[in-house]
Design a protein around this ligand. Sequence first.
Ligand code: FES
Length: 127
Amino acid sequence: MLTRRALITRSGAAGAGVVFLWTSPAEAESEAAKPILARTKNIPVGGGKIIKGKYVITQPKKGVFRCFSAICTHQGCAVASVSHNRINCPCHGSRFSASTGKVINGPAKRPLTRKQIKVAKGVIRLA
Ligand code: FES
C-alpha cells in the first residue's frame, strides 16, 4: 500500500517526466528548425507556387495542400508554373496533376516525387 508521501513522490517524478517529454527543448528546436516553405494565403486554389526551384506547393482544393519535387521526371528541368490544377514543365511540355503529381501529358512518364508537409497556423513546412 502506498503512503500519501510515496504517492506524491512517485507522481511528482512521473509528472516531471511527462512535462519533460511534452516540452523538450530539443523537440521544440527541431520543429522550429524546419524552414517555412510558404504561407497558405500565398497558394491559390487550383494553382501553386514554385519554391526556390526545388519544391512546388499546390492547393488542388480549398484547404488541401500538396508538395512535390519541382524537378521534372523527364530530363530534370525545374517546373515553372501551376495553373488549372496542372503543374507545367517549360522544357518539353510535360504536365502533372497538382493533386497527385501524376503525368497528365508527356513526354515525362513518371510522376513528380511527393514531399510530406505539415500545415499549421497558415504556415507550410516540410514534415
Ligand atoms: S524536362 Fe520536363 S518535359 Fe522535358
